[in-house]
Design a binder for this molecule. Structure first.
Ligand code: ADP
Ligand code: MG
Length: 597
């Protein structure tokens, strides 16, 4: 008979390491997080051979007390929480007290640390069961952790390591993700003694934007909208890429909850849903977003690597994120989305964010979008025409110093029956007539639809057989169905009947849609399938109704379309996510013609 025995602490730490320490990059993540939790503002990362030979992280944080050094390497020992209450309001990146124990069980670890002005101490552990050694060390205030020969004593793990280059790429990505959220911290990253990256602290909005540009590419910040929305203690800020800046992969999507990067299904669903209407199928949006929420509202103790979180009020958070992104995108109209001008946005490290009590009393909603900045000083050789004067009278009643043309200017001509050519203060505007009209029609149809979806009673009601769980969930969320003009009723343990459907869905496969909605509800606690389907039908209608190529438009007709575009949400891109208009500024034209000035 096999008897039970207690595992040695080394072995149980090695088992724990299996969960959190997958590769050198995981060590780097854990150690940087410790430095951040210790309040460091300078973090130097040195890597040798992709981190397989050495990972050294030095910080200027609070340091560790000599008497705590042994404990720091012990499993289930932490300075970050004391009781269950604390677990429910985590403000630090760590709290499980596992990282150092895990790392030291699969490597040779040396940790040197000093508190303010006191002499430093170091602890060395060699990945065996023997007691770690403590000795004096001349370390300045802060902590340095050196991890050598990772997985030297766990050959099975070592086999999974890739090349030095690949492992370093993972480390680079980890540092990037952290640098993207801790704007005030100076990071340096060296590989094999060569300085690879340096992220200088960013204190102003412009510096923050520069850091984002250096991490995510200037192309992103140039084609991004800034978001800052706060409502009832939940705050979302950051940058979202314009729909026309879509990507083939979901590789530029960074979402932080209280300073912690997460890969959360609810969150990515909320953002994807917000883009649904403006993004062509199969393309991915780009974003860097920071959600701040009172810590009691979010459970970070869901997974050892803490990549997932659970929101107490998941529906509310989902809808808040979706709405905030949707609102920002709706303002993508001509004249509204040009340059990311810095707004009153400030980034705080998570610790500072939490120190400020989050407002709960009443809904304070502040939404900011970047406004275009136009620097060109009346560069146009043309006279302001009469039409422009009329427009200005209507749109700028206060005494504007120089009359401005509307964002899309005034029509000059139609090119080959496809494009409208128009002129504004800055230069030439080109509009894809059909694409623009299609979007305008589509937005109008959607607006009409919001006033109420007309439903039609069915002559012969449709019954749908489902599982009991699916039937329950449908019965319990009637508002989801009435909202889209469906009248459903439970008629048996495993069946429901559909009595009314919206006119628009007459020709759709209702049974399939009900089944899919039930599945959505079970997996995602929500379903926007019908809305998306209706939108799809409206988009098709808009496409048929929009002006076709080769239709001659008169100048007043063209101007009418331009003015409507300026007033229409989402009019910057067509229903397939392509741009509806382009601008060729005088600068750009001058460049084309090699015209010096
Ligand atoms: P956790 O971060 O979950 O508390 P760790 O094993 O990562 O667990 O670290 C254990 C403890 O060691 C921390 O709670 C902290 O008190 C201390 N510590 C670790 N790294 C540092 C550091 N760089 N600076 C100051 N204290 C540190
Ligand atoms: Mg930690």
């Amino acid at each position: 008979m096999v008897r039970i025995q207690k595992l040695s602490s080394l072995l149980s730490n090695q088992i724990a390491a299996g969960e959190v320490i997958e590769r050198p990059a995981s060590v780097v993540k854990e150690l940087i997080e410790n430095s951040l939790d210790a309040g460091a503002t300078q973090i130097d990362i040195e890597i040798e051979q992709g981190g397989m030979r050495l990972i050294r992280i030095r910080d200027n944080g609070s340091g560790i007390h000599k008497d705590d050094l042994q404990l720091a390497l012990n499993r289930h020992a932490t300075s970050k929480i004391y009781d269950l209450d604390d677990l429910e309001k985590i403000m630090t990146l760590g709290f499980r007290g596992e990282a150092l124990a895990s790392i030291s069980s699969v490597s040779r670890l040396h940790l040197a640390s000093a508190l303010d002005s006191t002499p430093g101490w170091a602890i060395t552990s060699n990945g065996t069961d023997s007691e770690p050694q403590i000795a004096p060390s001349s370390h300045p205030k802060g902590t340095t952790v050196e991890v050598r020969d990772l997985f030297f004593n766990t050959p099975a793990r070592r086999k999974f390591l890739r090349t030095e280059k690949t492992e370093f790429e993972h480390i680079d990505e980890v540092v990037k993700r952290i640098a993207l959220s801790c704007f005030h911290v100076n990071f340096t990253l060296k590989h094999n003694q060569r300085l690879i990256k340096q992220y200088r602290p960013a204190n102003s909005d412009i510096e923050c934007e520069q850091r984002v540009a250096s991490l995510c590419g200037a192309d992103f910040t140039e084609h991004a909208l800034k978001i800052e929305t706060e409502i009832e203690g939940i705050k979302l800020l950051g940058w979202i890429g314009l729909p026309t800046f879509s990507r083939a992969q979901a590789d530029l999507q960074y979402f932080y909850v209280n300073g912690r990067i997460v890969r959360d299904k609810l969150v990515s669903h909320a953002v994807r849903q917000a883009y649904h209407d403006v993004m062509y199928g199969g393309r991915h949006c780009a974003y860097v977003l920071f959600l701040t929420i009172v810590p009691q509202q979010v459970d970070v103790n869901v997974h050892p690597t803490k990549h997932e979180v659970r929101f107490r009020e998941s529906r509310l958070v989902h809808d808040f994120i979706c709405r905030a992104v949707q609102d920002a995108l709706a303002h993508v109209r001509p004249g509204h989305h040009e340059v990311c001008a810095p707004t009153e946005m400030t980034f705080n490290h998570q610790h500072e964010v939490h120190k400020k009590e989050l407002v709960h009393e009443h809904a304070t909603q502040a939404v900011q979008y970047s406004k275009p900045v136009i620097h060109r000083q009346n560069p146009m050789p043309f006279k302001v025409n009469e039409q422009m004067a009329v427009y200005n009278q209507l749109h700028q009643p206060d005494t504007a110093p120089t009359p401005k043309s509307p964002p899309l200017g005034f029509a000059l001509a139609q090119l080959q029956g496809v494009y409208i050519l128009s002129e504004n203060d800055e230069g030439l505007i080109l509009v894809d007539m059909h694409a623009a009209h299609e979007r305008v029609m589509y937005e109008q149809l959607k607006k009409n639809m919001q006033q109420g979806i007309a439903s039609q009673p069915l002559l012969i009601p449709i019954s749908v057989t489902l599982t009991e769980r699916e039937a329950n969930i449908i019965e319990n969320t009637p508002e989801l169905f009435t909202k889209v003009g469906l009248k459903v009723e439970r008629i048996g343990q495993e069946s429901i009947v559909v009595r009314e459907v919206p006119e628009l869905l007459r020709d759709s496969n209702i049974v399939q849609m009900i089944r899919d909605m039930a599945a959505d509800l079970i997996v995602e606690q929500q379903s926007v399938r019908i809305e998306e389907h209706i939108q799809h039908i409206l988009a098709t209608m808009a496409c048929h109704a929009a002006v076709r190529a080769n239709r001659r438009l008169t100048i007043p007709e063209m101007n009418a379309l331009l003015r409507t575009m300026e007033d229409t949400d989402h009019s910057g891109q067509c229903n397939h996510g392509r741009p509806t208009w382009m601008k060729l500024s005088m600068e750009e034209l001058d460049k084309l013609f090699l015209r010096g000035r």
